[in-house]
Design a protein around this ligand. Structure first.
Ligand code: FAD
Length: 479
């Protein structure tokens, strides 16, 4: 028997469900990765994620070749490329990791149909999450919409079986080298019509990059609960982009965290909880695909968000980090410059856009989708709907983050703000959170003219808060 493994969001060799199953069941196994034109054609010409994927694919190819295999790489539409390759290689089955994003589900159904016409089977395997779809349900067999009971049920359901690795090395003899006639190697970024951004090395791409970040984080994991909320501190793992593209195994991460937690580590316990949030949002998306462009709670679709020229100008100020609220602006600069934003800041800027500027969460969600290296539909939608109060288990709408107190609390010394807004560096630790409150003397001493070196605040938080409570009143009367 021969099989083809289609790599997608699982760009690694170790602990790989689809590859393991293919190697166990077929005598010859080929591997393929498609640079999907239906996705890539919609991206800007320089995109950090394409560079990350490109470097990760090149590393995977090298690892496979060192074991007698290799990657067949194509640049096209997988709906035609996968059946064409499967047929040219005369395989009996195609294996891939399961993807619950609605667009991926639709694509895979089409590929499966084309393969079926050729008499070839397609098997998908759980690989992105620990528990997927309907594996963790309430006693009434309905999906969970609230996190804490979901998490408790998740932990009750967990046995070593679910975290066990799918070892690939011991079956690697079945890896087959790409036939010369079909082997085109990994195209250059240029061949893919992309320009380098220079970011790839800083993102540590590939399985080796994921391993490096993981080892680094394991030194810090026990303090995660105390450090994770402070953007100037190296607290979180920075593994999200690796989880997005599968250059780390979620089972390995959850296993390590669970073991440490059982050893009494509070940091590991809180970190495991974050990994469970990830599973949670994935199952929410699976059960409620309408949330892609609707509020999880339908009554919240009645909210009238600000629109028109003024809203557009405010939205542009938010995107470009020119709102006059330093923590919000520094966070947006972090996103625009690096493709990463600290979790605390994602909450702060999402709250600011929806509740201070009154702008529809979907606009912010789309901007994040373009900019985030770790962009993941389920987590991003979940995060935005949480902040906008439209989601399941969301922040109640009357809880409105104050961007200045968030700044004073989570960046007390202004270290993060100074990193991304060096023009404010001369302000005192007290004024840096709200430069418009600094005395004229302090502004002069710091060399800052508001409106020239740094914007005046685009809205008044107290007034915006009132407007938001009014805006959400439509929900209260309907709820
Ligand atoms: P760590 O703190 O080290 O957490 C470990 C892992 O847990 C993360 O890599 C991630 O996979 C998972 N995780 C952590 N928090 C969450 C969460 N709230 N929801 C789901 N998974 C979580 N995360 C994404 O991966 N992609 C997104 O597109 C995304 N968009 C977001 C948008 C908003 C508005 C908000 C509030 C949050 C969003 N998150 C998203 C969740 C979270 O901010 C990031 O996962 C986290 O900041 C990534 O950094 P890290 O890997 O250092 O996280």
């Amino acid at each position: 028997d021969a099989a083809l493994v289609w790599f997608r969001r699982d760009l690694r060799l170790h602990d790989h469900a689809a590859l393991y199953h293919a190697l166990r069941h077929a005598r010859r196994v080929w591997c393929v990765f498609i640079f999907d034109t239906t996705i890539l054609d919609g991206l800007p010409p320089a995109d950090r994620r394409v560079e990350f994927i490109h470097a990760s694919v090149a590393e995977l190819d090298r690892q496979l070749r060192a074991r007698g295999g290799g990657l067949l790489v194509r640049h096209g539409d997988p709906r035609t490329e996968i059946p064409a390759l499967a047929s040219a290689l005369r395989v009996q089955a195609v294996h891939a990791g399961r993807d619950h994003e609605p667009a991926a589900v639709a694509r895979d159904a089409q590929v499966l149909g084309h393969l079926a016409d050729l008499g070839i089977l397609m098997h998908t395997h759980k690989d992105q999450v620990v528990f997927e779809a309907s594996e963790v349900m309430t006693a009434n067999d309905t999906p969970y919409g609230v996190f804490t009971p979901y998490k408790n049920a998740w932990l009750r359901r967990l046995t070593p079986f679910y975290l066990r690795a799918y070892p690939v090395e011991r079956h690697a003899a079945a890896l087959a080298a790409p036939p010369a006639a079909l082997d085109r190697g990994v195209p250059s970024l240029n061949d893919l019509d992309f320009l380098p951004t220079g970011m790839a090395p800083r993102l540590h791409p590939g399985e080796s990059g994921g391993e490096h970040l993981l080892l680094d984080f394991l030194e810090r994991i026990d303090h995660y609960d105390q450090t994770r909320d402070f953007p100037a501190v190296k607290g979180p793992s920075y593994l999200s982009v690796h989880l997005r593209f599968g250059t780390v195994s979620i089972r390995q991460l959850a296993r390590l965290a669970h073991e440490r937690m059982q050893g009494g580590s509070r940091g590991a316990e809180v970190w495991l909880s974050e990994l469970i949030w990830r599973d949670f949002y994935h199952q929410v998306l699976h059960h409620h695909p309408r949330i892609v462009d609707h509020s999880f709670r339908p009554e919240y679709d009645a909210i009238r968000w600000a629109h028109g020229k003024q809203a557009d100008a405010l939205f542009a100020a938010w995107c470009e980090g020119r709102t006059g609220y330093p923590l919000v602006d520094a966070a947006m600069h972090q996103l625009n410059q690096t493709g990463y934003m600290h979790n605390r800041l994602r909450m702060v800027v999402a709250s600011f856009l929806t509740k201070d500027l009154g702008i529809d969460w979907r606009r912010g969600e789309r901007y994040f989708a373009l900019q985030l290296n770790d962009y993941d539909l389920a987590a991003n939608n979940g995060g935005w709907q949480w902040a906008a109060s439209t989601g399941c288990d969301a922040q109640p709408y009357f809880r409105i983050f104050n961007p200045v107190s968030q700044s004073e609390k989570f960046d007390a010394g202004g270290k993060f703000i100074r990193r991304y807004l060096p023009q404010l560096a001369g302000l005192s630790d007290r004024s840096i959170h709200a430069p418009w409150q600094a005395s004229p003397l302090e502004l002069v001493a710091a060399g800052i003219v508001l409106g020239r070196d740094y914007p005046h605040p685009v809205v008044d938080h107290a007034q915006a808060r009132e407007a938001t409570l009014e805006r959400f009143a439509v929900v209260k009367s309907k709820a």
